[in-house]
Design a protein around this ligand. Structure first.
Ligand code: GLC
Length: 478
């Protein structure tokens, strides 16, 4: 009740309570935040379905595609014939490009090769279950047909499409959830928008404008750009879309500013949001480690977002692509620690996902076809630590659990040891079926150290082979 009262008071009215019976205020959790902060309790509310109900599909999904796409794909990491450091989508900030000059890139943004079905197919074939695309990044350019002003892909480019609308349709057909990224504080185009230093975490609150056209009131910016645009994003793309709202770089996002945006979420009661709306990261459903996998996972829900090369937005100069092996190991490692993997692609200004990225995703997809069962819907390893040979994920069922052992280093002596496991293995077999669809049974014996599984001579998969162990009862681990 206290929470309801504080919330309503913060909007200066108690009358609307009767009008919004559907808005249930119960507690959701984004662990890692300071739960003693009074705002935490006030902001962790549900708009219908509870946090656990809303998170269900997301927790099962495990693997999603991040898409950073915008006008920055036109300069693609090069300004005045010079390569520009830092991420491609930051080029305007890093090179201090004047507002009008940057805006002119929109005239060269003509992604006639864009095909929403094809992009969704690339994600789906990789085994990804959701997509999060940049609706507006820090450059302030809307990748959707906003009515706030003309600085958007529909009005300012020769292309005149709304790719978010096309993706929403394509995702719906393919049973892929679609989420929107929205940079709520940084906006280097609209007067009053925030601008961080070259790295977003360096200094909070500083404006760092470099063009008089950027001067203005931050509060007016939030009222005149954020509020209407977020309303459009939450209203115009169908009842299921966006499934996720992915805020970013909450510079200067004080409680007063947060409370201009947070109530908009009532438009999509089942939506999931990340923890980057408020400066103290008290709101949202999950944590967002960036470019790293937390050594011991994190409490609550979390998602590691990561680039395939070194940039989010396309850079013609970045060829430093991670190997499929690294990416598959990352996915397994993250699942074994209870998180999700949001893996980024940076399409070009012509609407193409770069072939080296597609190639990696195809390799991941081939692996997921065989091993997806050991990723989707799993929870963190009950062992609480990695093994020298690889990782473990778990699924529980009515009479016990299934342990998936992801073997990266296939033992040369044919004996895989699972130290600490006190349960006996009821069944042990290779997840990869043979030609006839049979799974090779494996011998698994218990000794005083744990379980030892006898393996065939060669690994079914050079990158990561999955063994399945079923046990009775909950895992009993020493
Ligand atoms: C950062 C960057 C940004 C990128 C994001 C992805 O905060 O500012 O460019 O979109 O991380 O997590």
């Amino acid at each position: 009740m206290k929470r309801i009262a504080t919330w309503l008071l913060s909007f200066g009215t108690t009358l609307i309570f009767a009008a919004v019976p559907a808005i249930l205020f119960s507690s959701a959790t984004c662990h890692g935040a300071d739960t003693n902060d009074p705002a935490y309790e006030m902001w962790q509310q549900d708009y219908g379905p509870t946090h656990d109900q809303r998170m269900q599909w997301w927790r099962h999904a495990k693997f999603g595609m991040f898409i950073h796409w915008g006008v920055y794909s036109v300069p693609a990491g090069v300004y005045q014939d010079q390569p520009v450091d830092h991420a491609g989508e930051w080029i305007m900030r890093t090179a201090n490009i004047p507002v009008a000059e940057y805006a002119a890139f929109a005239k060269q943004f003509d992604p006639t090769n864009f095909n929403a079905d094809q992009w969704v197919k690339i994600a789906k074939n990789a085994g990804m279950k959701y997509i999060v695309i940049t609706a507006k990044h820090h450059d302030g350019f809307a990748m959707f047909h906003t009515h706030v002003d003309g600085f958007n892909i529909y009005d300012a480019t020769p292309w005149h499409h709304d790719p978010l609308a096309e993706l929403a349709v394509a995702c719906r057909k393919a049973h892929i959830r679609l989420g929107f990224y929205y940079s709520e504080a940084q906006d280097w185009h609209h007067p009053g928008g925030a601008a961080a230093n070259k790295h977003p975490d360096n200094d909070v609150d500083a404006q760092h404008h470099w063009d008089p056209a950027q001067e203005g009131s931050f509060d007016k910016y939030i009222e005149n750009v954020d509020v209407p645009q977020v309303t459009e994003l939450l209203s115009n793309y169908g009842p299921d879309t966006p499934a996720v709202l992915w805020w970013d770089t909450p510079i200067g996002m004080t409680p007063e500013r947060v409370e201009k945006l947070l109530p908009l979420l009532t438009l999509k009661p089942a939506i999931i949001t990340n923890n980057r709306l408020d400066a103290k990261r008290l709101t949202g459903d999950y944590q967002t480690p960036e470019q790293k996998i937390p050594t011991n996972g994190l409490p609550g829900d979390w998602e590691t977002c990561m680039t395939i090369n070194g940039t989010w937005g396309y850079k013609s100069t970045d060829h430093n692509f991670k190997s499929a092996e690294t990416l598959i190991h990352n996915l397994v490692d993250i699942a074994s620690k209870g998180g999700n993997y949001l893996l980024n692609v940076g399409p070009t200004s012509t609407g193409i996902i770069p072939p080296p990225e597609v190639d990696r995703l195809q390799q991941m997809g081939r692996w997921m076809k065989v091993n997806g069962q050991a990723i989707y819907g799993t929870s963190a390893s009950p062992f609480g630590h990695p093994f020298a040979w690889g990782r473990c994920t778990e699924k529980t069922n009515a009479d016990g659990a299934t342990l998936y052992l992801h073997v990266w280093d296939w033992p040369t002596d044919g004996q895989l040891s699972v130290p600490g496991l006190k349960n006996h293995a009821v069944h042990a077999y290779l997840l990869k079926a043979n030609w006839f669809g049979w799974h090779k049974r494996l011998k698994a014996v218990s000794d005083s150290n744990g379980v030892i599984v006898s393996l065939p001579e060669s690994a079914p998969d050079k990158i990561s082979s999955t063994l399945v162990l079923t046990i009775r009862g909950a895992p009993d681990i020493e």
